[in-house]
Design a protein around this ligand. Sequence first.
Ligand code: 5GP
Ligand code: ZN
Length: 136
Amino acid sequence: MEDCIFCKIIDGKIPSAKVYEDDNVVSFLDIMPANKGHCLVVPKKHYETLLDIPDGDLANLIKATKKITKALSLSIGNGSFNIIMNNGKIAGQLVSHAHIHIIPRFKGDRLRLTWSHKKYIDQEMKSVQEKIKKFV
Ligand code: 5GP
Ligand code: ZN
């Protein structure tokens, strides 16, 4: 993908602070971190969202995510972290090359990753449940 910033990072065309690389996955520091140590874990092949990633590559991606999270916890972190993946523009995906965020958490970091809670009314919960189950 010619215009993809992460493809350019993977190809070494633009610099990044890499923390991990293997045949399938690369991980580097986010340039605008939510906390220091915020890493992105990226499949080397260009896929847009989670749903585009074949199971084998997805397994590699999540295994690498665990490995890097462990390294973060042993180095600058303390065992508390958020794993986030934005999929699609409405969900806040700015870079359309699938990636997982690992954000180490620190006491008092004042990072807010909360959302307001909605409510189901009447039989709505059951109806939503049934709709989803038909496609699983
Ligand atoms: P998204 O919103 O797509 O889930 O997150 C994209 C992330 O990529 C953002 O947190 C942003 O700071 C990071 N990012 C965007 N461009 C670059 C870049 O050129 N280098 C690095 N290291 N991170 C980038
Ligand atoms: Zn790409």
